[in-house]
Write a protein that binds this ligand. Structure first.
Ligand code: NOJ
Length: 532
């Protein structure tokens, strides 16, 4: 019998016992037995669960964050080049991605690091303006094609599968000049770009991600400081981008299905980011507030694509329409989909790409100032500043939240195959990065519980990130890499951190090392208390 079956059986027995107890009075010996059984299950789960044979491990980067070579060999300008050059003060250390980790020149070294880690996948993104300097297919940059061909071929030579993100936030400035994602015309541009990528690289790339984190991209149009392209239109501009991005994703998916899938046999998905939102108090108001926040941050993008009904989450759609009306708008600030669009978008997925990092608490009582968006999702979001966290102040280590969000996705979208496309921890770049090691150990344990106990269909895990890199408005102060990069050295040397060694061991042994103790980050210990 396989170990995993054994573990399932134990769990099942315990569960049967539990339900028997609902009918009979639980005698003390039964309770004792139950506790023993459950403890055994937990110990097995936490220490020896193995990843299924067909599971995949990956590490990720994105073009603007690592490549550098910002104006080399015909690359066009993107919105992050513009933002960081015009407004360095928006970046915590006044830095930019002009050189970054210099992967434009050091990609062969990066591929060797991946080989050394033993991962099956490398998730990287293509810089749209490196291939199409002005965003349109009228001008194609051969040097860009050459660069990505080299990466893809280099990976395949080592037996590593490329997972390619088409868009990871570095929009050609020429398209932003037309309004960027607020302009529905972007759907056409994205279709052309996606088709070109399939044609150029699809003979070798089997895994495609259309858009990375549309939620964060939309916030660049909601006045969130330091998020390119820095357009200040919360509750309207950002909502226009939602419709455009969801449609653009669907268009890219359908182009593949129609024109390429038969011959190239690949998969197309989208990478959506979401925290777990835990109700601040165990009452119906806060429970609903937490649910609304997940629907707002994830459901607006995921529901049209992954739900069986399609379209935006109905309650939220209605709530935004009502708010808009009360504010004097003639139509909802959230542009609606036509029936035809709803059917066109629904089902445009081969897998669910999930970026998950942390847990936040939600409560229904809003504190001033309340903007249009907060009224729409109707929740206050808080974290406990004293909880374990790294150098990104939003990133608190809460492993159990990972299991909960995986379960939520399973329940809402009928258990789609989930490829965790990002998960990771930031610090100051130290080589002995125990906190990152703990983070991975604990998050992976929770993920395994979600798989074995809850039946979540998780097919892969991606560490964010392979290398220390440009962390957007966090500059180089927030380091997520498995490998340290010295950004003051022009040769940008890479050095393995302790977490790289542990990740490598996990990939090699197909399990989380048992020598690490259980860390306890439970709700009690780590839930915020605020004066209401
Ligand atoms: C998600 C983004 O996709 C990635 O670009 C970023 O560096 C990480 N989160 C960490 O913030």
């Amino acid at each position: 019998m396989l170990l995993k079956d054994l573990e399932h059986n134990q769990h099942e027995q315990a569960m049967k016992f539990l339900s028997a107890c609902e009918y009979e009075e639980a005698a003390p010996w039964r309770v004792f037995l139950l506790v023993a059984m459950l403890m055994r299950v937990t110990v097995v789960a936490n220490n020896t669960f193995r990843f299924p044979q067909n599971f995949s491990f990956s590490a990720a980067t994105s073009s603007y964050q690592v490549e550098g070579g910002w104006n080399e060999d015909g690359k066009g300008v993107n919105i992050w080049d513009s933002e960081t050059h015009k407004h360095p003060e928006l970046i915590s250390d006044f830095s930019n991605g002009d050189v970054a980790a210099d992967s434009y020149h050091k990609y062969t070294e990066d591929i060797k690091l991946l080989k050394d880690l033993g991962v099956q996948f490398y998730r990287f993104s293509i810089s749209w303006p490196r291939i199409l300097p002005n965003g349109h297919v009228t001008l194609v940059n051969q040097a860009g094609i050459h660069y990505y061909n080299n990466i893809i071929n280099g990976l395949l030579a080592y037996g590593i599968q490329p997972m390619v993100t088409m868009y990871h936030w570095d929009l050609p400035q020429a398209l932003q000049n037309l309004g960027g994602w607020t302009n529905i015309y972007m759907v056409e541009c994205f279709e052309d770009y996606a088709r070109l990528l399939y044609k150029l690289f699809g003979d070798r790339v089997r895994w495609w991600i259309t858009i990375n984190e549309p939620l964060i991209i939309s916030q660049g149009y909601a006045g969130e400081k330091g998020r390119a392209p820095n357009i200040n239109a919360p509750g309207t501009g950002d909502y226009l981008t939602i419709k455009t991005m969801v449609l653009a994703h669907a268009r890219a998916y359908r182009v593949y299905l129609r024109e390429f899938k038969d011959t190239q046999k690949g998969k197309v998905g989208i990478a959506l980011n979401i925290n777990w939102y835990e109700a601040y108090a165990n009452n119906s108001e806060d429970i609903s507030a937490a649910e609304r926040t997940i629907q707002y941050e994830l459901g607006l993008y995921a529901n049209p694509i992954f739900s069986t009904t399609g379209d935006y989450p109905p309650d939220l759609k209605e709530r935004i329409a009502q708010n808009s009306k009360a504010e004097g708008f003639r139509r909802s600030r959230l542009p609606s989909f036509t029936q035809q669009e709803i059917s066109y978008i629904r089902g445009t997925w081969d897998f669910f790409g999930l970026n998950h990092y942390t847990t936040v608490w939600a409560l229904a009582a809003l504190r001033e100032p309340v903007d249009l968006r907060m009224k729409d999702f109707g929740a206050e979001r808080i974290q406990d500043p004293s909880c374990p966290r790294g150098s990104s102040k939003w990133l608190m280590t809460v492993p159990w939240g990972f299991r909960k969000i995986l379960r939520w996705i399973k329940q809402k979208y009928n258990n789609p195959p989930v490829f965790v496309t990002e998960c990771g921890y930031s610090d100051d770049g130290r080589l002995q990065d125990e906190e990152r090691v703990k983070y991975y150990v604990e998050y992976l344990r929770e993920m395994l519980k979600a798989m074995y106990y809850d039946g979540c269909n998780v097919i892969g895990f991606t560490a964010w990130t392979l290398l220390d890199s440009f962390e957007w408005r966090g500059g180089y102060r927030e380091r997520f890499g498995l490998f340290y990069v010295n950004f003051s050295d022009p040769t940008r040397p890479r050095i393995a951190k302790e977490s790289a060694r542990v990740y490598k061991e996990i990939v090699r042994t197909w399990q989380v090392p048992t020598r690490y103790p259980q860390y306890s980050y439970d709700t009690q210990e780590c839930s915020p208390t605020i004066p209401l």
